[in-house]
Design a binder for this molecule. Structure first.
Ligand code: FMN
Length: 217
């Protein structure tokens, strides 16, 4: 370990403009839209729609993984996955969920907490049809999160499916595959500043509207 890199020596000073409640959109989705646009325009950020989804078992054992945001609007944030996966089974048993958008090169992060609900089959099918043929087959080929004997097993399954559904044919939506919509209860916009005096503004759902509170960094 003598030449190991020591993370304790790594320090960044964030130089950004301050963020006040007056700068924010009236609702968190509008604010997210504005930051998401800025993030997508930044060459420093690859896959601005990549987010960390945290779930937990009913007895509180947490787990996290990255997924891609595929849609958002006033109803919430949507991603697609396998319902039989670890996250799928955890969300089915316990819909409490957290999302994290790690936009580090901009000294920003967005944190969402809420409840996950499954998207309808129509919405799932509409999205599935937009996926490339190979990804459609991949969704069938992988029983996500189960233990497999080898990579060969996965490739063999994929080849079998490719023979069954040639590129000219419509691939049906796998029954265990679909979307989750995260209906937000809180959405925090975090922006880094010098001397660790960061801005943290959190929207909290208040009936039909939202209130904004500032949190200590
Ligand atoms: C950049 C990136 C994007 C990903 N997007 C998705 C996605 O949209 N849906 C998905 O099910 N898994 C996605 N994955 C894979 C997940 O991180 C994870 O390995 C998989 O969903 C199984 O997670 P689970 O066993 O915790 O359920 C992505 C991984 C990375 C690194």
């Amino acid at each position: 370990m003598t030449d190991a890199l020591d993370p304790a020596d790594m320090r960044e000073q964030y130089r950004t403009k301050e963020l006040t409640a007056a700068d924010l959109a009236p609702d968190p989705i509008g604010q997210f839209a504005s930051w998401f646009k800025e993030t997508a325009a930044s060459p420093a950020i690859h896959e601005p729609n990549a987010m960390v989804v945290s779930t937990a078992t009913p007895d509180g054992r947490p787990s996290s993984r990255t997924v891609l945001l595929k849609h958002y609007d006033d109803a919430g944030f949507v991603f697609f996955t396998n319902y039989g996966s670890r996250k799928g089974t955890e969300l089915t048993a316990n819909p409490q969920v957290a999302l994290l958008f790690p936009w580090h090169p901009l000294a920003r992060q967005v944190l969402v907490t809420g409840r996950a609900v499954r998207t309808g089959r129509e919405e799932t099918a509409a999205y599935f049809r937009t996926r490339p043929h190979g990804s459609q087959l991949g969704a069938w080929a992988s029983e996500q999160s189960s233990v497999i004997a080898s990579r060969e097993e996965l490739l063999t399954r994929y080849e079998e499916l490719a023979a069954r559904y040639p590129a000219s044919e419509q691939v049906p939506v796998p029954p265990e595959w679909g979307g989750f919509r995260v209906v937000p209860e809180t959405v925090e916009f975090w922006q880094g500043h010098e001397n660790r005096l960061h801005d943290r503004l959190r929207y909290v759902r208040d009936g039909e509207s939202w209130r904004v509170e500032r949190l200590a960094p």
